[in-house]
Design a binder for this molecule. Sequence first.
Ligand SMILES: [Zn+2]
Ligand SMILES: [Zn+2]
Length: 117
Amino acid sequence: MNRSEPATTSNARVEADGSPCAKCGHVNSRNANVCEKCQAHLWVVCHHCGKRNRRSDNSCVECGHRLHRSMWRRVAKRLTGDRRNISVWQIVLLIVVVWCAFKVVIYFAEYSPPSPE
Ligand SMILES: [Zn+2]
Ligand SMILES: [Zn+2]
């Protein structure tokens, strides 16, 4: 009952011929992280198992997890990225707006028709 797996199947990945750029098609050296021609990132790390994959691949060679985010995820990341670039004056402005809103709420909460004395 011995399951003898040939060792060659695990090394089926084609890494010997370098890393082709997903953007411009330039074949870079195997150890290159970015494209020598257009500086695009050649590798993408799998979010599921951490395996480093070629950017040109659509799914992880290790676990089959999808490597590239969907469009709405990219948009969401862009939105949160913009929010992270918030500056001090924007925070001050936010505080002022919240304070004004608070004041208005308090004004209406405390407002009561003048009672005859
Ligand atoms: Zn390139
Ligand atoms: Zn994976």
